[in-house]
Every structure is written in C-alpha cells, then in structure tokens.
Write a protein that binds this ligand. Structure first.
Ligand code: IVH
Length: 677
C-alpha cells in the first residue's frame, strides 16, 4: 500500500493549528463586535470591516469543516440559527393600497373622501411610498417581540432574528408606550448601499441584485441572520396596526408617537386639504424624493383623521381613506448591442434585447424582452440602434422608443433564426411566435422544471433558475420526475451545495409531494393553463384521473375554460410522454387528489391558517367551517400550538383561555368577516 510521505502531513498539521487559532481569534472578535453593535449600539468598526472578519471566518470554516460548529457567529447573530421561518399571523390583516397614476383620479379620490365625510372637515398627509418590503413589528411593554413580513396579508414569515440585525430598528421603545403595539413600515436597502453591495457582489463573482427592493426582500428572507446583518438594511415606519389603550386622533399624531418612541419615520411628510393642495403636495414630493435615502415609486395620500379612517373602512383589498399615487417610470437612453433568443418551456422563442447597461429607476438594466419578431419589425428596432428604455412597474424593462434620427447606416435588421439556438431543431410558426419543435430541447426542459418548482406551482423553495441549471448540467435532472429521485450524495457533489442547502432542498421537495391538486395541475405546464384554470379544474374534477379521462364537452362546461384551453387539456392527456410523466409522479406519491375531497379553496386569503371555532356563532359551525375551507384555511377541533386563529362567539369558554395562553390570534365574528372580505 502507498504511504504518504510525512512532510506534507506535518505541513498540514502546522496549517491546521494556525487555522484553529485564527478561527478562535476571529470568533472572539466577531462576538465582541456583535455585542457592541447589538447590545450597546456602539460599533467600533465599520460594517465592511465587520464583514471582512465574518467572511474570513466563513472561508476558514469552509476550508476546515472540522472547525465549524453551530455556535459559530457565521451561523447566528444574537440568536439561534433558523431552520425555516415560522408562519406569523397578523393581528390585523396587512392590506395593500389602491393605485393611481393620474392627477384626475387623485382629485376623484379627494372628492370621494369629502362626500363620505358628509360635511366634516378633511385633511390629508402626503408621504413617500417607500419601495421596500412591508414589515410588522410587535412591541410588548416596549420590547421588540416579533417581526413579520406581509406574506399574503393574513400570515407572513416570522423574521424576528433578521430584523434584530437592522441597525435603525430599536429593540426597545422609550417614553410612554402602550402595553402592546404593532407598528408597520418598510424595510429597505438604502440606494447608496445598493450600488455598493452590487459592486461587492460583482467582485465576489455573484450575480447583481436587480433593484433595491429585490435586494431588501432577499436579505430579509435569509435563514442566516448574519447574512441579513451584512446587507446593511434600514427601515422606516408609517403606521400602527394594533395598539392597546388610548388611540391618537390623527395620522400625524400617530407618526409623532412613533418618532417619540424611537422609530424612524419619513423625513418629509407633506399635507393637503383639497384637490389642488393634495395634487400640489404630490408633485412637490416627486421633486424631493430623489434625495431620500430609499427608493420611492410614488406618494401615499392618507386621510388624517383616524376616526374617519375607521368609519370609512376598507374594500376587500384596500382602505377607502388612502391612495397611492404612482410616479411615471423613468426613461433612459442606451444602445441595443444585440438581440438574443430565449427558449420558453413550451418552446416559444422570445427575442431579448441585450443593452449597454444603463441605470434607470434605481437599478442597472442590461436586458429587455422584445416579445416577438413582429413587434421588433413593427417598431423597426435594429441591432445597433439607440433606444429609450423604461421600467414598467419599476421592474421589467421595455424598449419604448427608437431614436431613428441617430442611425448611421450600420444598424442591422433582426431576423428570427430558422433553428432553435438551444438544440438546433427546426422552428415553426405558431400565431405571432416561433416555436422549437423538439420537446426534449434542453432549454425547454429547464424552463419546465423551473415552472414546476416555482411559487405559483409546487413551491419547492430553493429550486430556482440557477440550481435547476446546475442540476440539468450535472445530468441529475432530465425531466420533472427526476426531482423526486434526487439523492443527497449527488447533491453534495455540486458546487456551492453544502449539507444545509442539500437538506433544505430535500425537505422542500418532500413537502411538495402533498401540495394541493391545483398546484400540481399548474405545475405540469399544460399549455394555456394557469393558476385560475388549474384551481377550477381541481374543484371540478378532484382527481387527475377524472380530469385525464374527461371529454372536451365537459371541460367546456367550466366557466373559466374556453375552447382552446379545453382542446389543449384534452390533447395533453393523450400524449404518451405526458402519461409517462404522470405515472412517474404518481409513483413518487404526489397528491393526485381524492375523489370525494370537499370543494377546493377558491381563494387563498386564509391559506396556511388553522382555525378553531368556539362559543355561539350566528351561523352554524359547519357553515363557518366551509367558508374557512373555501378560502384555503383549515378547521380543527381543539386548540394547540399549531392553531393560528380562534374564532370566538358568545360565551366562549376554555378554548378561549387556552388560545390566550398560547398567544393565538383571537377574532370575534365581525373581525372574522372583515378578514374574509
Ligand atoms: S400605508 C392599508 N404608507 O405600500 C395599507 N404604505 O402598495 C396602508 N408602503 O403594503 C399602507 N410606503 O408596504 C403606507 N408611506 C407608506 C408606504 C406604504 C410604502 C407600502 C406598504 C403597503 C404597500 C401598498
């Protein structure tokens, strides 16, 4: 047998001892700076110096896995490491706002509010609409007890550990504070930090964040709080969700209270009292907002009186007393360097504009979709043109104009390729688009898997574009069904895949086996079928088997299913390759539905909630339970740690006490009806 010479072993020993000492030293330093930062709010080093220490430690732990341990500051910040986010149900649902882009509609809003006020005086505040991630903080006796994201408005993710790392969020409020108060605001990545973070990511070989909002959302949803800490997030607060004791009379007083307690609020709050002054304030805000630390996409106009706010209430989606005025997206001029082709999951070839990178509406744009060849020809867009780029809804960039006067004759007219750029198969015309005719085309397979795993379908967390690509390239995924045969060992051979990521991925895959039927139906990628039609199909057929053997006529009797869809569904279930896929998924024990399942949820307002009903209600328990189920919630008989809501009627007894003990959200019938819309 070969024996290694002793020399490298000795060297290895020396290096290992040095590493052990350095790891200990780094851990000590980092713990000290953590304490200074979190407990004393008196940091001695800059964030980037802190990051450098943390990065060195992480690198050493990676190189010497034997030195890693769960108590290392790379795994936690001021708290234990998280396995996953716990759901957190909001005491009062977090609604969104109605939007408008026009001064006329803004006038109509003011007029509407005046009518509702029936002669009582009205006054408005005009605040910046911060483009970040909505956050709800619960303070009990002044202490920050829980922080949650908005989620679906009813239930969000408990991100307390991460929020504790945000430097301008106080862990303790001061002054005269209500016993319990739930405040709301926006977590954002300061514009300046965003640019810096992307430069750092570029140097580290990581992809840049698309915009500050995405970066903030990604940072707040990190399982490892030390990553959140390294992102230098900030927050600003604009409202109160729930509050014990005496309430202030106006929105301005509420903001003043937030500020007094130590919470950051917007630096500029303008005012108005009629159509003209509100419009003027909104215009003034547009001129001011570029100097704010955060990205803004509009102004929020709010009726100031809290009494009137309560009286006017909300529609199912948004309050009647507020409106968001969205500013027109910015435009910028740049060069169209090339037009490339992206292959979608159904084989559609989409031309993509490759642009000279340009900063517009808060982020750098280097690509834009061109939809289809006809649109390119209609707009006469040529390679080499100078074009105007705009971000629709601030995210998706589009070419809105060609500067034809700037042409010099070297511009090239685009032609659609005759072969698929991914697999080389011939392409055929389908309406306005061109399609790759090969169902096993690598690009299509990737897109199909990405769609299957996406949030709107099987929701396999972690299985996004990058990982799918990696798995397909490694030959581990050839079809959707392969997701369910992935082995830990094979995963661990992938680059950047550690034990923890592998476990998380496998757990997410495992969980997806029991997804609702509509998710599976959506995930299969049947042409023309989206979330709504998938839900309707699940409601009507209850099982894949019933759906697969139905007729086009029966399909047509469903409200949301038209002729093209009905034919597409029918045709999909005739194809041998699709039937083979279904058999593999059945063997993988995915939820194919049950023949006698009760009606599926028609809306997901209460998805993820678990209810207990108690006391005397104005409807029968069964009726109420059915309502909850229709909205995606579950109903159980007894209160446990898993219960998220208790609906308490009159004379509620021990269940109410137990729910209080466990801190479960308790609603009376009025609140319940509001929640259900
Ligand atoms: S007040 C009932 N004020 O915009 C909702 N929202 O599009 C009351 N937002 O979910 C919200 N800046 O996350 C309010 N100054 C501001 C805001 C603001 C940003 C966000 C918030 C809300 C979303 C609605």
């Amino acid at each position: 047998m070969l024996k290694p010479s002793s020399e490298p072993l000795e060297l290895f020993d020396q290096e290992s001892t040095r590493a052990t000492a350095r790891v200990e030293d780094l851990r000590e330093q980092i713990e000290k700076h953590n304490r200074l930062y979190y407990e004393h709010a008196m940091p001695e080093i800059s964030d980037s110096e802190f990051d450098t220490l943390l990065r060195e430690l992480a690198d050493l732990e990676k190189a010497h896995p034997e030195l890693a341990n769960d108590d290392s500051p790379t795994r936690k910040v001021g708290g234990k490491p998280l396995e996953e986010f716990a759901p957190s149900t909001h005491i009062v649902p977090m609604q969104s706002l109605d939007n408008t882009y026009s001064p006329e509609e803004l006038r109509e809003f003011v007029t509407r509010v005046r009518k509702l006020a029936e002669g009582r005086p009205i006054h408005f505040t005009v605040e910046p609409k911060v483009d970040g991630v909505a956050i709800s903080l619960l303070y009990e006796k002044g202490r920050l007890m829980r922080a949650a994201t908005r989620g679906d408005g009813v239930t969000g993710d408990d991100v307390t550990q991460n929020v504790l790392t945000i430097s301008n969020i106080p862990h303790k409020l001061h002054g005269q504070i209500p016993a319990e108060v739930e405040v709301r605001g926006e977590v954002y990545l300061p514009k300046a930090v965003f640019a810096q973070l992307n430069t750092e990511r570029d140097e580290d070989g990581l992809p840049p964040f698309a915009n500050p909002r995405n970066a903030a959302a990604g940072s707040i949803k990190q399982l490892d709080p030390s990553i959140t800490a390294s992102r230098r997030l900030s927050a600003v607060f604009y409202g109160i969700g729930a509050w014990t004791g005496e309430q202030p009379a106006t929105g301005r007083e509420m903001l003043a209270a937030l500020q007094k307690w130590g919470l950051p609020i917007s630096e500029r709050i303008l005012e108005g009292s009629d159509e003209d002054s509100v419009n003027a304030a909104v215009q003034q805000m547009d001129a001011l907002r570029h100097d704010f630390a955060y990205e803004t996409d509009g102004a929020v106009v709010k009726l100031d009186s809290l009494t009137l706010r309560r009286e006017f209430g909300s529609t199912a989606k948004a309050p009647r007393w507020a409106i968001a005025y969205k500013y027109e997206p910015e435009r910028a001029e740049t060069k169209l360097l090339d037009i490339t082709i992206q292959v979608g999951r159904t084989g559609t070839l989409t031309p993509v504009a490759e642009l000279e990178p340009i900063f517009v509406s808060g982020s750098t744009v280097s690509r834009a979709t061109l939809h289809n060849a006809e649109e390119i020809h209609r707009k006469d867009i040529r390679i080499g043109d100078t074009v105007l780029v705009e971000k629709a809804g601030e995210v998706i960039p589009a070419i809105v104009e060609v500067r034809k006067g700037l042409r010099n004759g070297s511009e090239l007219i685009f032609e659609m390729p005759k072969q698929c750029p991914s697999c080389g198969s011939f392409v055929s015309k389908d309406g306005v688009s061109w399609k790759c005719t090969n169902p096993s085309c690598g690009a299509q397979v990737r897109r199909r898997i990405e769609h299957f795993a996406s949030k709107q379908a099987m929701n396999v967390e972690g299985l996004g574009e990058a990982l799918v690509s990696q798995l397909v390239d490694a030959g581990l995924l050839k079809s959707i069904a392969d997701i369910y045969t992935l082995q830990r060992e094979a995963l661990l051979h992938l680059e950047r895949m550690g034990e923890r990521s592998a476990s998380n991925l496998l757990a997410a895959i495992e969980e997806s086996r029991s997804c609702s039927l509509w998710r599976l139906l959506n995930g299969l990628g049947i042409p023309h079928i989206g979330i709504t039609s998938a839900r309707d199909l699940a409601n009507r057929f209850h099982t894949i088997d019933a759906l697969s053997t139905t007729t086009v006529e029966t399909l047509l009797s469903i409200h949301s299913i038209g002729e093209i869809m009905a034919m597409a569904i029918h045709a999909w279930f005739q194809k041998p390759e699709n039937l083979a896929l279904l058999e593999s998924l059945r063997a993988a024990k995915l939820n194919f539905g049950e023949a006698d399942t009760p009606t599926e949820a028609t809306s997901n307002r209460l998805e993820g909630t678990i209810w207990v009903l108690t006391g005397t209600l104005s409807q029968s328990r069964e009726e109420v339970a059915e309502t909850i189920r229709l909205l995606g919630g579950k109903v159980t008989g007894s209160v446990s740690k898993k219960t998220t809501h208790l609906l308490a009627g009159e004379d509620a007894g021990s269940k109410l006490d137990k729910a209080r003990e466990l801190g479960i959200s308790i609603l009376d019938e009025t609140a319940f009806r509001q929640l259900c819309g």
